[in-house]
Design a protein around this ligand. Sequence first.
Ligand SMILES: [Zn+2]
Length: 254
Amino acid sequence: MMNDRAVGSPKVYELHEGVYAVIGLYHISGSIGTNAGIIMTPDSVVFIDSGMTISSAEFLWRVAQDHMSGNEDLYLILTHHHSDHVFGMRVLREKGVRVIAHSGVREYLDDPDGKYLEFVKSLMRCGPEEAKEILGDVRLTVPEQLIDNDTVLKVGTEIHLLATPGHVPSELSVYHPSSKTLFAGDTIFSEGSPTTRFGGPDDWRLWISHLERLRQMDIATICPGHGELCTIDEIQRNIDSLNETLPRRRLWRK
Ligand SMILES: [Zn+2]
């Protein structure tokens, strides 16, 4: 039975024919939600992130299944290794997806003893039993395909995997040119401030440079990793916010 609490309050948007954004899946914080995407063609179904809970991934599967013939090739792109984006991966893996991510995820997802899962449970304010119930039977595995640089996936439509480090070094953004949709993972935060605690000033400068790059692209809709759908205007707000986070440069005077 579906555990409502473990799914969150997801809303499904069809942004373009066969392109879906799922906004507001469960998140540990209770205040923000987790987002994911699905791109469908007659030949393939591409999931972008798998939610934080087993129930979230089951929800994503049901959204896709309603529009599938059953003969499609299946893919899952992970935007980065954080629990809120990958903990549902077992569900989609058991459906037969080929998992693709940046090579930097390997050290976190190669976790046969479940240490990452235990760590995340320890962050949850509820007790261990409740945490287990909410997260479900999480099992992490190393993706079949690990990439280091921008990569084009041709699956009946072109999907551009863009290496956009900053939030974490393994961050990917996923651009679908034919619908002008950017699934940004945690490269872009709509509404709130970008989460900078995983890096330092050098990472944030790199992050800004990649946001500048994304801002030049032809984007109609951004599905961020958290928060509501947004437009390209949100990129400048993220750049400004990161610039404010950077330590002030010392100005030398003669
Ligand atoms: Zn996140």
